[in-house]
Ligand binder design. Structure first.
Ligand code: C5P
Length: 303
């Protein structure tokens, strides 16, 4: 008997960052959009908790309890007085340490998968509560679609999306640590007055209307200068995507993945091809949005 859950990556179409809070986190107005690149998490009963991973970036994925999937299984088992005796396999397609919430996706996926495997029937509210304990982006990985995240990004308001947006993602050679990017944001902003983060009305309207041109004009990422400061080569990738006809180019979350909005699916293919040929990234992928959140794709069955 095993359960498989599919979970999407995300891009932040707006990431407005406030000043550092006393707890070290930053208040955000974080507009998440789930995109059609997925990890698949399969859980199978085992003697003890074990994590394995497959995929091109598998070697970079920690397999110990620092993995959010392992922490999700431990958190759910702990709440129900169960042994976390489960083998978690991650089929990884989301870039690792790329600013696309790959680790958060695995946390949300393992939680939903273990809940189905163990029959714990945890309410949506409690699942979201556990997700928020695991990390700021984990609740959104569960929910998918589009949402505004406030607080440290974990308090979600679901957003309406009126159409399909076509993205290209350029994967960088290397990763960026999210805490390091936030520290660099603080360093760059030292002495400046950091305004309260607020969601852009134009951006929310563009999403609701499914208006690609308006979305392209409204995207913003306050972490981009910090990501570029730590990973200056990304400027060349952004320029290559713009030159290839992207309507807009931005760093995805804390980076170093870069995101490009195309007019349509064939435009996205052309931009991806140009990015691959530019030599400014490791690989380039197209993905539509929005995408559904964590979904059971292989309900429990007898072997
Ligand atoms: O919540 P999560 O574990 O994903 O956060 C990782 C790190 O990113 C935090 O330890 C913190 O340094 C930074 N962060 C932040 N403000 C947020 C979210 C994350 O400073 N709203």
């Amino acid at each position: 008997m095993s359960v498989t859950v599919r979970v999407p990556a995300k891009v932040n179409v707006q990431l407005a960052v406030g000043g550092a809070r006393p707890d070290g986190f930053h208040d955000l107005a974080n507009v998440f959009l789930a995109v059609g690149l997925y990890d698949e998490i399969t859980v199978t009963p085992a003697d003890a908790l074990r994590v394995t991973c497959s995929g091109p970036d598998a070697a970079q994925v920690p397999l110990d309890v620092t993995n959010l999937a392992a922490r999700a299984a431990l958190a759910l088992a702990g709440r129900h007085g169960l042994e976390p005796a489960v083998h978690i396999h991650i089929a990884k397609d989301i870039p690792v340490a790329g600013g696309m919430a790959g680790g958060s996706a695995d946390g949300a996926g393992a939680l939903v998968a273990c809940d189905a495997l163990w029959g714990t029937r945890t309410s949506r509210e409690e699942l979201l509560e556990i997700c928020a304990e695991l990390g700021s982006d984990v609740p959104f990985s569960l929910v998918g679609g589009a949402a505004l995240g406030t607080g440290r990004g974990e308090k979600l308001t679901v957003l309406e999306v009126g159409g399909t947006f076509h993205w290209v993602f350029a994967m960088a050679d290397g990763g960026l640590s999210t805490p390091a990017v936030f520290r660099e944001f603080d360093r760059l902003g030292e002495g400046a007055r950091i305004p309260e983060p607020v969601a852009s009305r134009d951006l929310l309207e563009a999403l609701a209307k499914g208006d690609t041109g308006a979305l392209a004009a409204a995207v913003s990422n306050d972490l981009e200068p910090a990501a570029l400061s730590l990973f200056p080569e990304l400027a060349q990738t952004l320029a290559a995507g713009r030159a290839a006809g992207a309507l807009t180019a931005l760093v995805s979350g804390s980076g170093p993945t870069t995101a490009f909005l195309a007019r349509d699916a064939s435009g996205a293919e052309r931009i991806a091809e140009a990015l691959r040929a530019s030599g400014t990234c490791k690989s380039a992928r197209v993905a539509p949005s929005p995408a559904p959140g964590a979904t059971v794709v292989h309900p429990g069955h007898r072997d």
